[in-house]
Ligand binder design. Structure first.
Ligand code: RFL
Length: 384
């Protein structure tokens, strides 16, 4: 089994990369652990930033997004002092989000990849990658490429194929967990809403006209089963302060899962013939909705570099791949980290919890009152 570029993982990173390489006539094979049905129904991200929309549009991958994606330009913050909205589409660089559920994007990308003559094998679990020879071992035997790209997410095998003495993993567990909930209910507010409350953070995000995502900060060892529908809706009502701002539009909860807020960056993101992209290279906490956007950014950079290498025998861009991507990844990490400190109060046990709480209020009022702070926020919230 051979291919010029072997790609491990059919998430946004692997599929955007595969599509861009196929557009340049490069022979690719994607190996994916899940079934096609499984990856096409995995609901995760939804907010595509301006760069992602550009990449998808320029490379002919945006038909579905343009047909049914919704443009979003406003977010709101609520706390004990009130609520304010930021129309970020009118701030910073004037960029907006396109809301298009990740599973729909993945479905589109698979169809287009196959249409472009790409090969993909589902239900294949990669167990070992040899970065020096670009050989991949899996439950179906062995595949060889000229290059291998690990797009297998944060728990995949490609990270382990980077030699520990050459690659540094910068990691942080934020010590915070969210219950991520999907509801069969229309949006309750027109804007993405972040609610700061002493009980913990609560968030409201659009997905589609019939589906809304909510987040509730919970204890890290909470069991999602301990959160039946009624408890979710009543806690959301408290933290969203419905008595003051109006009721939520309730509906059945169709998915509840724990998400631990973790971030890490692997540096460098490459070794020998192996390159990492997406969550495999850098996991980012979902607080600023950046993960899929970083994956798409890296896929575009890498596709260009691999195309140079394969079609012109020019490996300069490949050698610079980590150096090109890492500053953008760290900017996103920095912003995401800032969002985490804004959205979550200190644990009550922390000795300076009182100080931190007031600091957080000051941080929020700066965002509410300062136009230059708002421009900076907008630029980083939608951009990479
Ligand atoms: P993915 O999507 O995890 O895909 C990796 C693929 O690799 C396969 N795989 C293997 N295949 C073969 N052999 C192995 N050994 C393998 N190991 C793994 C897996 O089956 C899978 O198909 O990684 P990729 O492509 O890097 O994409 C990353 C994004 O999926 C991720 O960053 C986002 O979903 C994060 N995220 C969000 N990002 C945004 O940009 N905007 C959002 O609004 C947003 N919301 C979210 C999110 C992530 C969430 N969760 C569940 C953590 C909301 C949530 C709740």
């Amino acid at each position: 089994d051979r291919a010029t570029v072997l790609i491990v993982g059919a998430g946004p990173a692997g599929l955007v990369l595969g599509n861009l390489l196929r557009a340049n006539g490069i022979d690719t094979l994607i190996l994916e652990r899940g079934s096609r049905e499984r990856v096409q129904t995995r609901a995760r991200a939804g907010f595509l930033g301006a760069n992602s929309a550009r990449v998808l549009t320029e490379h002919g991958l945006a038909a579905g997004m343009l047909r049914s994606g919704q443009s979003h330009d406003t977010c709101a913050f609520r706390d004990a002092e009130g609520e304010f909205e930021l129309n970020y589409g009118e701030l910073g660089r004037g960029e907006v989000h396109t809301v298009y559920p990740q599973q729909h994007l993945v479905t589109d990308l698979i169809a287009e990849y196959l249409h472009r003559g790409g090969r993909i094998r589902f239900d294949v679990t990669v167990t070992e990658i040899d970065a020096a020879t670009a050989t991949v071992r899996h439950n179906g035997g062995e595949s060889r490429g000229r290059f291998v790209v690990g797009c297998d997410g944060s728990n995949g095998v490609s990270r382990r194929a980077l030699p520990a003495d050459l690659a540094t993993r910068h990691a942080r567990d934020h010590g915070i967990a969210w219950l991520a909930v999907l509801t069969e209910a229309p949006q309750s507010m027109t804007a993405v809403t972040y609610a700061l409350h002493d009980n913990g953070f609560a968030g409201h995000m659009a997905r589609s006209p019939q589906v809304t995502r909510y987040y509730l900060q919970v204890c890290a060892d909470d069991d999602p089963a301990a959160w039946p529908d009624e408890r979710i809706w009543s806690e959301l009502a408290i933290r969203m302060r419905v008595d003051r701002f109006g009721p939520l539009r309730e509906g059945p909860v169709t998915e509840r899962r724990m998400v631990r807020l973790r971030s890490d960056v692997v540096d460098p993101m490459q070794h020998g013939r192996l390159f990492l992209a997406g969550d495999a290279a850098s996991l980012i906490s979902p607080s600023a909705a950046k993960g899929a956007n970083l994956a798409i950014m890296q896929a575009e950079v890498l596709a260009r570099a691999l195309t140079d290498a394969v079609t012109r025998e020019d490996e300069a861009a490949l050698r610079a791949y980590s150096r090109t991507c890492l500053p953008r990844i760290w900017r996103a990490q920095e912003f995401s980290h800032w969002m985490i400190t804004l959205l979550h109060g200190p644990a009550a046990a922390e000795p300076d919890a009182g100080f931190q709480r007031v600091l957080r209020r000051a941080r929020l009022s700066s965002l509410r009152d300062s136009r230059s702070h708002q421009d900076f926020f907008a630029e980083n919230y939608v951009g990479i």
